[in-house]
Design a protein. Structure first.
Length: 151
């Protein structure tokens, strides 16, 4: 028999008998996120930004600003803004993501958001701050930021 004993640490937003708003937020928000990622992959960063912002709006309305799924969208747009070199906007969303994912999400998810925030600090020239961010939260759970493998 499967039993969950620590609901506060569940890595996803769970709702028994979810409200229509909750259901719409999960379905529409996920669809917007997926379409944004595809647009980004295709090089259409303006469309990706618009879709990520739609996902955030839907998720904030239906799930709240503290939900793990909303934090996923904050992280996704933060990554996009890093790619676009819009560092102030990236920082705004990555800070939100880290605050939620360090507390509520899976340890690896928190590490991913911290890694993105650390990369932002590196772009700003703050190497010691980047190291501090990587080691905060769960220092034994650090995500590698080297994802641009060239062959």
């Amino acid at each position: 028999m499967f039993q969950i004993t620590n609901w506060e640490k569940m890595p996803i937003d769970i709702a028994v008998n979810p409200s229509p708003g909750h259901t719409v937020a999960i379905i529409k928000g996920t669809d917007y996120n997926n379409r944004a990622l595809q647009a980004s992959f295709n090089g259409d960063l303006a469309t990706a930004e618009r879709l990520h912002l739609e996902a955030i709006k839907v998720k904030e309305t239906g799930l709240g600003t503290n939900a793990v799924s909303t934090a996923l969208s904050y992280n996704a747009i933060g990554e996009l803004y890093l790619e676009m070199k819009k560092l102030d906007k990236a920082e705004e969303y990555l800070l939100k993501s880290v605050a939620i994912r360090n507390v509520k999400g899976d340890l690896f998810d928190g590490a991913v958001s911290r890694e993105n925030l650390a990369q932002l600090e590196e772009l700003k020239g703050n190497l010691s701050k980047a190291k501090e961010i990587r080691l905060s939260g769960a220092p034994d759970k650090i995500a590698c930021g080297f994802d641009q493998v060239m062959f």
